[in-house]
Design a protein around this ligand. Sequence first.
Ligand SMILES: [Zn+2]
Length: 482
Amino acid sequence: MAYEALYTRGRPKTLSQLIGQEHISNALARAISGGRTSHAYLLVGTRGTGKTSTARLLSKAMNCDRVHEAQKSGRPLDKKEIPCNKCDSCKNFDSSPDNVEFDAASNRSVEDVTRLLSTAYLAPLRARVKTFIIDEVHMLSFEAVNSILKLIEEPPPNVAFFLATTEINKVPMTIRSRCQVLNFRLIPQQTIAPYLLTLARRLNVTLHEDAAKKIARLAEGSMRDALTYLDQCYAMADKEITLADVNETLGLISDENLDEIISAVKAKDRAAVSRAVTGAFRSGLAANSIAESLITRLRDIEFEMLSRDEKNFAELDKIIDALRKSTGEMYGSGIPDIILEMTLMKLAAPVQNFIAPPIAQNVSANTNLDVGQKIFYDVINYSGEKTMSLKSLADKAVVTNFADDTLTLCFKSDAVAAVFKDTHQNNFEQLAAQVAGREIKISVVIDKNLPPPFLNNMPEPERSNLVNAMKTFQATDAAKIK
Ligand SMILES: [Zn+2]
């Protein structure tokens, strides 16, 4: 027997099986019991929340023999009996010529719609009620909408319309006002996960609870997506689906790997960050999906903290903000891996990495200048990981001013300044914008009397030793001591 996708098999057969939309199934059960169904429904909600399934259940129920018997005798119906799925009408529903389903996305024109709705004025062949289920109704052309509108305004007898849409704003008010609107909610993870576990038991598959939770989280409120993911894992696994199987099948980064990156960032351990990120890249994951997984993981950690009544989210929020910004930059950048790595490296940069240049002592203390120098050194620190060309800048230029987002770089040599302007300034400005989170302009000035800036980038204790040596020898040019 051919394998039937879970997403088809998992479809609700009665209103009682409509998962996560109890407000709708309860209201519909009351309406059907009381024989008060409408001739036009507008089903609104995100993809995979059960709109088409509900339209089918309603179509079936409107024609179900047992539902009709109950309506006549006044016996209240249970959601489990709507529809019965046993009577001839229910059994033949899938092949019924009286149920017409089409997708407005691929049948947009008035000709398509006229053709598909042409039988609306004819009496049903076998059914009690002829039903039309139109998906993505917001995609219809203006004329096509009008032809439907006419049918809804003056409906032929024994016809019912089910219009489904993911974008209610694009559905004309004239349609909305003439339909009974059913608003489908996103299905919570806490509802999806147990349903997946039940489904797996029915399939004789051991689905691990953490694996079910992971799928539920990924589905983002869509049962259809959840079932598709479970299907993919089911196809790969052998009677058992673990969290690792889910990660591997769906190409996801594991929570351990995510936690490794997060811990390294928090510990300001840049080597560990690099190792963890490289590990993630090596498993073939795209930078933006790693960044998105990190954001989701950080949010989960925040929720866990909240449940423990911890409220200090500042550090995690900072990481989330930086990652969110970097995902925006990744699209179309051509260097998403580098952007992600740089973002994480920057977050992990220890504050003491910043070496204040001696020239700062000659300039009056100024917070603006401090900010400018911080940007300058951040750019050099990050560029050093990727491109060697900017690294040497610390030996050649000094930040002398920072105002109105313009960083003034002072060079001792005209020639070096010219090379910087021609070949490095653009790159520097781009990196500075990433470091500062806003556009930074560079102004280049020359000062022949500038002390040798190479001291700036010299690590301690060499720098102190050299400065002391300069004092001892009363030297004005440290290069001579070298
Ligand atoms: Zn039936």
